[in-house]
Design a protein around this ligand. Sequence first.
Ligand SMILES: C[S@@+](CC[C@H](N)C(=O)[O-])C[C@H]1O[C@@H](n2cnc3c(N)ncnc32)[C@H](O)[C@@H]1O
Ligand code: SF4
Ligand code: SF4
Length: 326
Amino acid sequence: MTHKYCKYLVNGIHFHMLGITFCNKLWWDLNPYSDYGKNALNEFLKTREEVLKNLFKGSAPENCSHCTYLQNSDEGVISEKINFIEINHWNECNCACFYCSARKTTKLKITTKRNQKGVVDVLSMLKQLEKLNLLDENLKFSLVGGEPTLLKDFVNILKFTIKHKFSIDILTNGILYEKYIPKALLASDNSYMSISIDCGSRETYKKIKGVDKFDDVVKNLTRYIKESKAASKRIIAKYIILEGVNDNKEEINKWIDLCIKIGIANFFPSIEFCHSAKDPENNVISDNVAELYQYIKDRIRSISSEYFVSTYDFVEEFIKNRSYKL
Ligand SMILES: C[S@@+](CC[C@H](N)C(=O)[O-])C[C@H]1O[C@@H](n2cnc3c(N)ncnc32)[C@H](O)[C@@H]1O
Ligand code: SF4
Ligand code: SF4
């Protein structure tokens, strides 16, 4: 029998600032299924049971109806264990990237202190899911939100993934060094760390990030590469092309040269993709941005076949269509 399917509905959990949802895909239209009241996780799991029952009867939640991830499927029984958890529940950061999507969606707070005050206790919910035997052995975590290295529970979350050899994608600005990051990368072959440097010089870094921490990031990245040993190929350097700021070959080449000097082997070109939410009438991607995006990919590949170029599928589509509309 044909039923509705989305891997996030069936196997995902997303801990957002506002509550627990299935995914982070409709981030501009977020509708939490359970806010962080008492028994938030139990409430979510109850809703989840109902949602899964309905999916197999052919109907999906209302706010999934316009999502491209929702499909029809004829597959029989599939595992309902959780194999993807996105942790995105806090909103503090030690820099202020002017493009940051979290500044708009979660009213990001800028701070230099490590904090846990008022932050939801995701770790205890992970332990609850573990007790309920709901975690798939191939579980992948994604840590986004504000800056994870500022979260007091960050190390404990990493220890949880290391204990189970779960894989994890860590997105950090790299301003603070955390010794458990290399340990987490070494614990699973499918774990990655990504740092958005977005430039190759201190001056441009200050313009983008609002803080003078370029040298710290370079120093920390160098140490991460050294400490991660065999996993160092899973350390990714990102360059978000920002119109009028770093959209030129000179800055891009400085970034590539710097990354190569440090020992980066994985390069991630991207573009500012909250644009369509900010300015829905003006969805065009300029030829310059599209050409520079291609330039990064071509140049990395021409330097060495050992280097890896990572991309977001949806950004590839944006570039192909020269439009932020999918
Ligand atoms: C919101 S940040 C949080 C994690 C961490 N503070 C960091 O910067 O990596 C997650 C990722 O989203 C990317 N990002 C944020 N806003 C963006 C935007 N408007 N367009 C493209 N990428 C964006 C950042 O580069 C970063 O890799
Ligand atoms: S269908 Fe879309 S909105 Fe709904 S859970 Fe899946 S990815 Fe998220
Ligand atoms: S480092 Fe990350 S969370 Fe902080 S402002 Fe930049 S993109 Fe946002």
